[in-house]
Ligand binder design. Structure first.
Ligand SMILES: [Zn+2]
Length: 309
């Protein structure tokens, strides 16, 4: 009996040791249109619990191969994304497009190092400038999920152009405002628009590298565009203009609030305690992102005011 118990114990140790180290993002591609799939992330900030899976990435299966849009927050995410894509199609991955330089969109690049990776010229420069600091930050926030993640910044500059790939008519449009380079991908064949982080849906937007006037102009331009389905960088997929208007309205309110507060002589702590209007209360992690935005944007308006005086 005792021997049997020891044997069971040993089995348990062997089993748990082999089952333990894999952190699984459970990536499940959601089909949003013909040949078009999205991995939908949580409407949260980086945490150990979510491993940084807070972003929407996607792919288009063409007859010439697969076009991937954004690579996610870590090497493991990129690898698991490839595995999930392979379950949908046996086509090879022929191209990766990065919407912008933020870590949740690019730190999976390394898993695609055998594929040409493209981004807007502004994004290429920003990756060179910021990506190594992003890597340190994300390691701190999500820990083990980052195992094996290294910087991969061999990115090819992409220009505004239209190209036909395997039966899909893709238009690449260069915009900015969320960062210094925000790529829009419109698949004219399916009507799917990948908006990157110019558009957040039911989740408060982020502003660490924002230029709000440019961002508002980009959103107004997006609002004029025709599409059937919009894939925001964060939040639910939609068939209407609602995510664009929601992002624009919150951005306008946020900037007005902070600039007026600075003009009125409020200090940063007082601005942090501002009442956020009811109409934005349904946005996820609103208080958290509002506080981050005040920290980013208050000093900008303070400096403007100082220069006026
Ligand atoms: Zn972003």
């Amino acid at each position: 009996m005792r021997f049997l118990l020891i044997f069971h114990f040993l089995l348990l140790v062997i089993f748990s040791a082999s089952a333990e180290p894999v952190l699984d993002y459970r990536l499940n591609p959601v089909q949003v249109a013909e040949d078009t799939y999205v991995f939908i992330g949580k409407k949260e900030d980086f945490s150990f619990e979510n491993g940084g899976n807070i972003v929407n990435t996607g792919f288009i299966v063409t007859t010439e191969g697969v076009v991937v849009i954004d690579t996610g927050p870590s090497y493991q995410y990129g690898l698991q994304m490839r595995r999930a894509i392979n379950k949908v199609t046996s086509q090879p991955i022929i191209k990766v497009l990065l919407t912008h330089h933020h870590p949740d969109h690019i730190l999976g690049n390394q898993a695609f190092s055998d594929v040409p990776i493209y981004a807007l010229p502004g994004t290429v420069n920003l990756i060179k400038r910021d990506a190594s600091a992003f890597l340190d930050n994300v390691f701190r926030m999500v820990g083990d999920w980052m195992q094996g993640t290294e910087l991969f910044d061999e990115i090819i500059p992409l220009l505004d152009e239209r190209e036909l790939i395997g039966g899909h008519d893709l238009t690449y449009i260069s915009m900015d405002g969320h960062t210094g380079g925000d790529l829009i991908i419109l698949d004219e064949t399916t009507g799917v628009l990948f908006a990157g982080d110019l558009v957040f849906h039911n989740r408060a937007l982020t502003t660490p590298h924002a230029e709000p006037d440019k961002w508002k102009a980009s959103l107004r331009r997006l609002n004029e565009m025709e599409y059937k389905i919009i894939v925001p960088g964060h939040g639910e997929i939609a068939e209407d203009k609602l995510p664009i208007m929601q992002t624009l309205e919150y951005l306008i309110w946020l900037e007005d609030k902070i600039s007026e507060s600075v003009e009125m002589g409020l200090d940063m702590n007082e601005v942090l305690e501002s009442q956020i209007p009811e109409r934005f209360q349904s946005l996820s992690i609103l208080q958290h992102e509002f506080a981050r935005s005040v920290i980013h944007r208050y000093p900008v308006y303070e400096e403007k005011l100082f220069n006026k005086q």
